[in-house]
Ligand binder design. Structure first.
Ligand SMILES: *[C@@H]1O[C@H](CO)[C@@H](O)[C@H](O)[C@H]1NC(C)=O
Ligand SMILES: *[C@@H]1O[C@H](CO)[C@@H](O)[C@H](O)[C@H]1NC(C)=O
Ligand SMILES: *[C@@H]1O[C@H](CO)[C@@H](O)[C@H](O)[C@H]1NC(C)=O
Ligand SMILES: *[C@@H]1O[C@H](CO)[C@@H](O)[C@H](O)[C@H]1NC(C)=O
Ligand SMILES: *[C@@H]1O[C@H](CO)[C@@H](O)[C@H](O)[C@H]1NC(C)=O
Ligand SMILES: *[C@@H]1O[C@H](CO)[C@@H](O)[C@H](O)[C@H]1NC(C)=O
Length: 811
């Protein structure tokens, strides 16, 4: 009994610890005092000079004490260290990366010094962060967020002329991982939204930190000991806003905001549109003006959102404006939060301040919102000034050296060669296997999750709710006219796919496993129980299943316009998709994949992303198909590898050949190939072309790195794509195709960048420029204009050339 209690206690302690943030570097200094003091549960230690004192090095600094402190003043502010000449604190740093540095100033009056007359500068590792600073009457807290990349942090106080400097307390501590992410920050300005890179190299000074719609949050209640103040005083028109309050703890999620980004209380309150006041128009903005210095300096704006106002998902769409410029159009919190309601997210923006002395933030309803559901919200806002505003908004594209280019081409050929060899070996081995046990060629292997098997996951849920999805075999027969060959719409790794109509007139796609094998039935069940719970706008959903008569049949929703591939090339695309449609399809597919990777089921790897597995419905909404199913296990290194190779030639992660393992980043790779397919309107592998052109991924990267991506865009798109959208799209696809999985973005990042590419396409400011001004129809393009991919001709030739590679698979 006692040991049990002990274990419980340890567990509890562990849980508690895992909830509160413990910085690796953590220096809290009570300056000018001989005592340690505790404030907000943290101990600030004395800096009084003793020989060998770690922190302070100053020949003539003075410890000053306020003899008559005012009553409510915290003890931390009863003492100060005064610097008559330059003085410094030095801290040994254990960790490189982003840190928070805070200075507390309270100018009290002592006999020898009136701290109000101080005037001084402060430098951190040589960077001037405060110059000719004069503290006001009150307690002033200055907070800086900066990247430290050295083992020593030096803070220097330099008096101005014959004056002096002082400080009451200093904090230096490591910021949580991912506190500042460089990727995909939106630079908002008159020319629309651009990407701002590399802001983690800037020193940020916190100017405002606002708990919108809520109360003041003190360091005691904040995970990083911050203070958040209410927004009321900054509202331009108070009647426009109405408080929203939730009593439920927000659903923090992996990939979204964390408790360290902002505490629960920030996300549990918000301002929303006050639509009850009939004296207001039906559509209006809520606007805040935040005072800043009157000059042109870049600021980082971090806005916090958590949908605590909507009764369900996909109801809230709004626009965000900063300084009157559109900063985020049609913000869809449901999509950003992986389809969980009341889940916290934040979005970073970068904007120039101006002579007006305010930064204006507005939120207002988007055109997408239905007239019953007009709303817009904001939960929190942080405004930070870039102290050493180095202008690196102009991103210079680094050209690869020629030899690097050569290496990558040669490398690509080598990879292709290895790929062919591996496939040949694999096929041989499969043939052998097939001889040994014919039954094994059809089987179900379970869904691969990143953490743990799907089996344990389903037993956790312990529910067999999916059994209600059983469909009698007779019904399936009726629906497909007894598996009429004329109704075959495709063939998957495990058998044929038929179009069918169920009794209630619902159109379905019926996937029939090859009859005759009951092997893998438990896995079949596991699979269904997981698939049955996945419901997502961009994933083809399971309607039911059938397991009578030794059959294993899956019934899916029917997606009207079929595979994306058909609309890109091949059997005469009636009207070619325009660029916006293509972008929206890519965005939809990316959403679906992102959900598979991070959503409810957490960590399903698709393993076979290609343009035939992305379907399009009648409204051109993309739906990812064929996830979760797999063929028989691998025969390469068969004893240890638990991942079934499912990928298709031309889309397969090169890292697979090194690690023999498919990961979520393998999906990202395959998706990168699809992106180029969409852009160039040609198959991933086209054996009819010359050797350099066979493999789309390599060919496209080569042109991209030559800076000539516009030469290989689908001739149907010439004149339609705006250069900046093309550039962003190309960069994104290139990142997906990085050689190593770790260098590839996550699907979330890809999604973000595609949305950004769409925004660049739509932004009115660059309406005049389109690719056709820079593109003449190049020989590359015209040659492909002549080529025709009729009747999936290319597919046939692919399968002919690689028939040895694929013949056992029926794919
Ligand atoms: C203050 O705390 C430090 C570190 O915990 C300790 O070494 C020192 O003895 C303390 N000083 C006093 C005066 O308690
Ligand atoms: C931090 O980076 C600096 C410079 O790159 C290096 O000298 C130092 O060893 C690094 N420190 C740690 C703890 O990694
Ligand atoms: C980021 O900015 C810093 C300083 O502004 C610069 O030294 C560094 O090279 C930049 N990094 C990239 C990747 O642009
Ligand atoms: C902050 O913490 C104090 C002390 O625990 C508590 O009384 C107060 O309600 C908290 N404030 C909020 C906004 O949660
Ligand atoms: C509605 O707005 C008007 C100002 O336009 C204000 O005087 C009035 O108090 C508001 N009423 C409500 C219920 O908020
Ligand atoms: C909201 O503010 C922006 C920027 O000032 C403006 O363009 C837009 O028309 C406003 N929306 C409404 C509904 O007033």
């Amino acid at each position: 009994m006692e040991t049990q209690n002990l274990i419980l206690l340890i567990l509890l302690l562990f849980l508690r610890c895992s909830f509160s943030f413990v910085p690796i570097d953590n220096y809290l200094i009570n300056c000018g005092s001989h005592n340690n003091v505790s404030q907000f549960n943290r101990v600030f230690i004395s800096d009084s000079i003793k020989p060998g004192s770690n922190f302070l090095s100053s020949d003539d600094s003075i410890s000053l004490t306020d003899k008559k402190p005012s009553q409510n003043l915290q003890i931390l502010y009863h003492t100060a260290r005064v610097f008559i000449s330059t003085g410094r604190y030095r801290f040994n740093m254990k960790k490189n990366g982003t840190h928070l540095v805070r200075f507390h100033f309270f100018p009290f009056k002592a006999q020898s010094f009136d701290l109000k007359s101080a005037k001084f500068s402060v430098l951190v590792n040589g960077i001037s962060i405060l110059s000719e600073f004069r503290p006001s009457n009150d307690v002033v807290l200055k907070e800086y967020i900066l990247k430290i990349e050295s083992n020593l942090l030096e803070i220097l106080f330099r008096p101005f002329k014959s004056g002096f400097g002082f400080v009451n307390a200093v904090e230096v501590f490591t910021a949580p991982e991912d506190f500042v992410i460089d990727y995909g920050t939106r630079l908002v300005g008159p020319s629309g939204v651009e990407e701002y890179k590399n802001f983690s190299s800037q020193v940020l000074e916190t100017i405002h930190r606002i708990n919108v719609g809520g109360m003041k949050i003190t360091p005691f209640n904040d995970t990083l000991w911050r203070t958040w103040i209410p927004d009321e005083d900054f509202l331009v028109f108070k009647e426009a806003a109405k408080h929203a309050v939730s009593t439920d703890i927000p659903n923090y999620q992996k990939g979204g905001a964390t408790r360290e980004i902002a505490p629960e209380n920030v996300y549990m309150t918000a301002q929303q549109m006050n639509r009850e006041n009939s004296s207001l128009a039906s559509r209006f903005n809520i606007t805040w003006n935040f005072p800043v210095a009157r000059d042109s300096v870049l600021h980082l704006i971090r806005l916090h959102f958590c949908d605590i106002v909507s009764p369900s998902l996909n109801l809230l769409y709004f626009d965000v404006y900063i300084n009157g410029y559109i900063a985020y159009k049609d913000l869809d919190l449901s999509a950003l939060t992986f389809h969980t309601l009341a889940s916290p997210v934040y979005v970073d923006f970068v904007v120039h301040s101006d002579e007006s002395g305010v930064i204006q933030i507005s939120v207002g309803p988007s055109d997408l919102s239905s007239s019953i559901r007009i709303n817009a919200i904001l939960n929190g806002a942080e405004i930070m000034k870039m102290v050493n505003d180095v202008d690196n908004t102009k991103i210079v594209h680094r050209r690869k050296h020629l030899w690097e280019l050569l290496c990558s081409i040669v490398g690509g050929i080598v990879v292709l060669f290895i790929a062919v060899t591996v496939f040949l070996l694999a096929t041989k081995c499969r043939k052998r296997e097939a001889k040994e046990s014919a039954a094994e060629s059809v089987g179900w292997t379970p869904l691969r999750m990143f953490g743990g098997s799907s089996l344990s996951r389903t037993s956790e849920h312990g529910s067999y709710g999916y059994l209600g999805m059983k469909i009698p075999f007779a019904d399936v027969q009726t629906a497909t006219n007894n598996f009429d060959r004329n109704l075959i719409i495709g063939s998957g790794g495990f058998g044929m796919v038929y179009k069918g109509v169920l009794r209630d007139n619902v159109k379905v796609a019926v996937k029939r496993g090859m009859p005759g094998s009951r092997q893998g039935l438990p896995e079949f069940h596991t699979e269904i129980s997981v698939l049955s719970k996945i419901r997502h706008r961009h994933l083809v959903s399971l309607v039911g299943f059938c397991e009578e008569n030794s059959e294993m049949i899956l019934v899916y929703e029917y997606v009207e316009k079929g595979p994306l591939k058909k609309h890109l090339y091949g059997s005469s695309p009636q009207s070619p998709l325009n660029w916006k449609q293509r972008l929206e399809i890519c965005i939809g597919a990316a959403r679906g994949l992102h959900y598979l990777h991070t959503g409810f089921a957490q960590g399903i790897i698709h393993r076979d992303i290609k343009s035939t597995n992305i379907l399009i419905d009648e409204d051109y909404v993309a739906k990812v198909a064929d996830f979760g199913l797999s063929r028989s296990g691998p025969c390469i290194n068969e004893t240890h590898v638990s991942t079934g190779v499912k990928g298709s030639f031309g889309y397969l992660d090169p890292e697979y050949y090194r690690r023999q393992q498919l990961t979520d980043k393998s999906d990202v790779y395959s998706f990168g190939v699809v992106l180029f397919e969409v852009l160039c309107g040609r198959p991933a592998v086209d054996p009819q072309l010359t050797r350099e052109q066979v493999n789309l991924a390599e060919w496209a990267i080569e042109w991209l790195q030559k800076g000539m991506l516009d030469h290989i865009v689908d001739p149907n798109l010439v004149g339609d794509i705006k250069p900046r959208s093309l550039k962003k799209f190309g960069e994104t696809a290139e990142k997906c195709l990085a050689e190593y999985g770790v260098d590839r973005p996550t699907m979330g990042d890809v999604l973000w960048n595609l949305e950004y590419a769409l925004q660049l396409q739509e932004s009115a400011s660059s309406a005049s420029e389109a690719v056709n001004e820079t593109t003449t129809i190049s020989p590359e393009n015209s040659r492909r204009l002549e080529r025709n991919y009729d009747n999936d001709y290319s597919d046939i030739s692919t399968s002919r050339v690689f028939s040895q590679l694929m013949n056992n698979e029926g794919r």
